[in-house]
Design a binder for this molecule. Structure first.
Ligand code: SAJ
Length: 416
């Protein structure tokens, strides 16, 4: 079995490596030459627990090759990004170009699977017309399906295996061949449907989460106005067997939840009123955080803010759509002096320092923006010593309030 994986990012690379580990001869393709060179040297451009070891293993075993050009295979997986255009619509150019790239390598009996998250009808209206140019009869000589990835960065390998999977073929044979392929490592149930339903299922999952988080963020604003602790209230409400309110925070980041709802809105704007409102609540949340920060330090002359966390969520290095970036930008615009820290992000960011103590030095406020585990066990006594004003603002309800206060710091958190 030979597999060609187009796009070696957060999803394509771990998926390719996983197939290689399960007896498939995998060829990975990325248009970025730098990424290809790094991978060939067994170096990684992304962070994911377990990936470095597995990459080295499959390369050494000769099961995984990487280049900028596709090769002939039995099956092709497309896992390329779908960015958002400035007008909010999905940019499916990479899906289009990856499909065009594999066209010269396609042979009778091949299977093409799209894993990228896309607006409904992309398989039908974008991929099929390109693949028809192969001259093969679609559905009879060339099989096509959509099997959206649904794994959580940071827990990717665990979820690749244990999560249920949706497979939406353009016909039964396409679905069946796709199921057979993923069965090599998927232990969860693989559910068969059609391509358009699969496209929608993926978008609905992330939109459900976006709406739920918007509700939590709204509750946090209500708590701040009415003076109760939203975290305690949510915890208590969630003891009800049919309630599962998500967590408020500094905003919603990442390339999935902050983006996918727009793919539904784009195709049915009139019908997507709740989805649109939730999106606007979440995308305005970073501004609310900035206002709160301004309020906390309003009496302090030329305040310095130490910002902890650049990644969009804990224990990963991904900054895509991270609320931290917008908050930092707004704080800079407002003229605050900033020092920034993130133990996972390696990219160069202006003002980033190597340790929390360095960031806290002479600061008037320490703001927790990302729920990295490393921040839970900070040496708060040492931090207090170096800070100018000992105030902590926790937008994730991450820290142990008692521990922070015992060290002599003043503790404030979002939604209370
Ligand atoms: N967040 C909150 N409150 C919460 C949960 C999350 O503010 O209660 C924030 C996070 O801090 C982060 C953002 O939302 O900024 C998104 O984080 P996430 O952990 O909810 O999701 P992602 O983007 O890492 O991954 C999601 C997952 N989708 C669902 O859980 C329905 C994952 O399974 C998908 O594979 C992924 O999107 C994707 O690629 O679509």
């Amino acid at each position: 079995m030979r597999l060609c994986v187009m796009g070696l990012g957060y999803i394509g690379l771990p998926t390719a490596v996983m197939f290689a580990k399960h007896g498939v001869q995998v060829h990975g393709v990325d248009v970025n030459e730098k990424v290809v060179n790094m991978l060939n040297n067994k170096e990684l451009h992304i962070e994911e627990p377990g990936l470095p070891e597995m990459l080295a293993e499959v390369i050494d075993a000769g099961q995984f090759t990487v280049s900028t050009k596709p090769e002939k295979a039995d099956a092709f997986i497309i896992a390329v990004p779908t960015p958002v255009n400035p007008d909010g619509s999905a940019n499916v150019d990479y899906v289009r170009s990856a499909t065009e790239m594999i066209l010269p390598y396609i042979e009778k009996g091949n299977l093409v699977i799209l894993e990228s998250t896309v607006p409904p009808k992309t398989v039908e209206n974008v991929m099929i017309p390109i693949l028809e140019k192969s001259g093969l009869v679609i559905g009879e000589e060339l099989y096509i399906s959509h099997s959206p990835e649904r794994v959580l960065p940071g827990k990717l390998f665990e979820e690749l295996v244990s999560n249920d999977r949706i497979v939406g073929g353009i016909n039964e044979k396409s679905s069946e061949l796709t199921v057979q392929l993923y069965k090599r490592f998927v232990k969860g149930t693989i559910h068969k449907t059609d391509a358009t339903t699969a496209e929608m299922v993926k978008l609905m999952e992330n939109t459900y989460r976006d709406i739920n988080i918007a509700f939590a963020n709204e509750l946090a604003r209500i708590a701040e106005k009415l003076n109760f602790d939203v975290w305690e209230a949510i915890e208590l409400a969630n003891y009800h067997p049919r309630v599962n309110i998500h967590k408020p925070g500094p905003g919603v980041g990442g390339h999935c939840i902050a983006v996918d709802p727009y793919f539904i809105i784009e195709k049915a704007p009139e019908q997507s009123k709740l989805i649109t409102l939730a999106r606007s609540i979440n995308s305005n949340t970073p501004k609310t955080v900035v206002k709160t920060i301004q309020n906390i330090v309003k009496e302090i002359e030329e305040p310095k803010i130490a910002v902890l966390g650049l990644a969009f969520k804990g224990n990963i290095d991904d900054m895509r759509e991270s609320p931290s970036l917008e908050i930092i930008e707004e704080l800079k615009k407002a003229g605050f002096k900033l020092s920034i820290h993130d133990p996972h992000v390696k990219a160069d960011v202006e003002g980033k320092v190597d340790t929390v103590e360095e960031a806290a030095k002479d600061a008037d406020l320490l703001v927790i923006l990302t729920d990295h585990s490393a921040y839970k066990d900070l040496d708060f006594a040492a931090i207090k010593k170096v800070m100018k004003s000992p105030i902590v603002y926790d937008t994730r309800n991450l820290l142990d309030q008692e521990k922070v206060e015992q060290a002599g710091l003043h503790y404030l958190k979002i939604g209370s």
